[in-house]
Design a protein around this ligand. Structure first.
Ligand SMILES: [Zn+2]
Length: 493
């Protein structure tokens, strides 16, 4: 679809602190990398929001006709507990607690992550590489950084030399930190570390004897530092310099700062044109945190099994709620907020279904083309979904006015109106029509009940061949009948 490619997008670039016109490196193509989850526990709702923001960006760019290669990694190599370069890694810790293999932890929570994202109607990324699948690339990268003089080996571990790097580059370019301030604010742990300076970060760590996840390397049997995998995987699939790098605000420092340093040190250039950071999700006005109990996970929110919300909320309502805030704003998750979003979302869906029964007139009294452009303008302005949604509610108002006869719409405009509204609600915002899904379930129940009745009649007439046939063929179609004293019920597999 080449149709909308001429839209002028502006993206807020964390690197410059400004909204900048979006220009791709290769015309019509976008390379986008987003830091994925560390798969050692259930995905955090805040991370769902971050990934949803980039799912929306991915969807909009695709909608405009760009060919997007979206790479989102899985961190499965187990980086260290406190993000310093010492201590136990998160995956191994979980494996020990649950008495399973580290790779079982990885498998369990990768599947869980995909299941949750599917519930929220995420598009799969184009490539989802794993850190453990790219150990060779990471080792090669370390060799290059050492050869270029920006890393050093001590006792089987390799560290990035931040001070050396800062002589010719700017460590702090993204996070706007100054190395002098970092030095001032770092407390040296009484000489426990092999590092030349506390700001240096590990590219490779020699594994302690009890460390399970380990690989051979020229320096030791060990494992890569956390920041390295993203440089290895982003450049492998998107090239040494690509369009967009995204992640949560909390990754800006040190993770993304270190990615820039590694790329400069290994490839001699900055990796990314546009750095995008999605903001945090709070709960009832406070930071979500396990220790204070102010926390809710996606499943608890969806099932209603929690002490925080008054009821369960559907994935589309939660998605709609999240899209009602800009991705760069802090969003406060509250029961009142979700409940208001639910009402709003239902109003939108009702209007969309009423759109189908609207009659076209000779002439339009509404300016549909300008409404449509306003929707694009909102998204072009750094993906401003709250403004887009305000325009979608204007559409709801228009639909009611056309229905009442106070406004009219031509056949051509009606067609544009339908196509645009559907595109933004379902394709770009990724919402699903829950009323349609409910209607489908009702139809299925109706059809199966007809068959159950026919089977009862066959049994009453002692035509057991037919009654068995109905049961067996339904089973083959994935519908199990269960007979009990109260009658027959069914379940769908
Ligand atoms: Zn990353």
């Amino acid at each position: 679809m080449q149709l909308y490619k001429n839209q002028d997008i502006k993206i807020y670039n964390s690197l410059s602190g400004k909204k900048e016109p979006f220009q791709t490196i290769t015309d019509g193509y976008v390379g986008m990398y987003v830091c994925g989850p560390t798969v050692y526990s259930h995905v955090h709702l805040g991370n769902v929001r971050t990934f949803m923001s980039f799912d929306m960006v991915f969807r909009y760019l695709k909608h405009l006709g760009y060919k997007v290669r979206y790479v989102r990694n899985i961190t499965d190599a187990g980086h260290l507990e406190n993000d310093a370069d010492a201590g136990e890694d998160k995956i191994t810790k979980k494996a020990r607690l649950e008495e399973i293999e580290p790779m079982e932890v990885v498998q369990r929570y990768t599947v869980d992550f995909h299941n949750i994202l599917n519930l929220f109607n995420f598009l799969p990324p184009s490539i989802e590489p794993t850190a453990t699948g790219h150990i060779i690339e990471q080792i090669e990268l370390i060799k290059t950084i050492i050869d270029n003089g920006f890393a050093y080996e001590v006792n089987g571990s390799v560290y990035f030399d931040v001070h050396k790097y800062n002589e010719t580059n700017n460590y702090g370019i993204l996070s706007k930190r100054k190395l002098e301030d970092l030095i001032h604010n770092t407390r040296e742990l009484d000489g426990q570390s092999d590092k030349k300076s506390p700001q240096d970060f590990a590219l490779w760590k020699k594994a302690e004897p009890q460390h399970i996840m380990r690989w051979p390397s020229p320096w030791s049997d060990g494992f890569p530092g956390w920041h390295l995998e993203c440089t290895a995987m982003s450049t492998k699939y998107l090239g040494d310099h690509f369009d967009i790098h995204g992640g949560g605000m909390d990754l800006k420092f040190p993770h993304h700062e270190c990615e820039i340093a590694q790329n400069q040190a290994a490839k001699g250039q900055s990796p990314v044109n546009y750095w995008m950071h999605a903001n945090m999700l709070e709960l009832n006005g406070a930071r979500m945190s396990k220790s204070t109990g102010n926390i809710i996970n996606p499943t608890e929110l969806l099932t209603g099994h929690n002490d925080i919300m008054s009821k369960a909320y559907s994935p589309s309502v939660i998605r709609f709620f999240m899209m009602q805030a800009g991705y760069r704003s802090v969003l406060d998750l509250t029961d009142a907020g979700l409940s208001a979003s639910e009402k709003g979302f239902n109003r939108l869906l009702e209007a969309i279904s009423e759109l189908e029964s609207l009659n076209a007139s000779e002439k339009s009294t509404l300016d549909i083309e300008s409404w449509k452009q306003k929707c694009y303008d909102a998204m072009n302005d750094d993906f401003n979904t709250p403004i887009l949604i305000a325009h979608l509610f204007d559409a709801v108002k228009y639909i009611n006015q056309i229905k009442e006869g106070s406004q009219s719409i031509s056949a051509t405009d009606l067609n544009t109106f339908k196509t645009t509204l559907h595109a933004f609600v379902f394709e770009v915002l990724g919402l699903t029509n829950t009323t349609e899904a409910a209607a489908d379930t009702d139809k299925l129940t109706g059809a199966v009940n007809v068959l159950i009745k026919l089977r009862q009649e066959a049994r009453a007439n002692k035509n057991f061949a037919l009654s068995d046939q109905i049961r067996d063929e339904l089973a083959e179609a994935g519908i199990q009948l269960k007979d009990s004293r109260d009658g027959t019920s069914f379940s769908v597999n």
